[in-house]
Design a binder for this molecule. Sequence first.
Ligand SMILES: [Fe+2]
Length: 145
Amino acid sequence: MLADLLKTLLGTQFAYYLKSHSFHWNVETPDFYQYHKFFQKIYEDAYEAVDPIAEYIRSLDEYAPGSLERMLELSVVPGQTKVPRAQLMIEELLADSETIVDLNQCFTAATNENKQDIANFMAERLSQQNKFAWQLRSTLKENRA
Ligand SMILES: [Fe+2]
């Protein structure tokens, strides 16, 4: 059901937002500034997605989850209580962002329930997600000799 998928997406998006923001704060590397800015772009985008998802849940006449406990329960990406090395942060965000691709499922459910506005939003999120996945993957590439 679409509302349940949106709740899972909201929890996941919230967990991903918090993780990427904490990576922005805590990353340590000689390329600090570059990573710091990159993580900022990711967390800002993730944060911007949170509000519309919650409001779509309300438009389906369901309540939006509103506690950290509930967000964590719903999220399909784990939290991170440690401070990984910079490259591991990138790998973790990449793996997480690939998990968030139940965006496809949300798109299909929205289309089936004739909610074109929600389907459009999912299509935009997918495109944004793919763009960040490409940038994260490229950050992991070794220098060519
Ligand atoms: Fe900041």
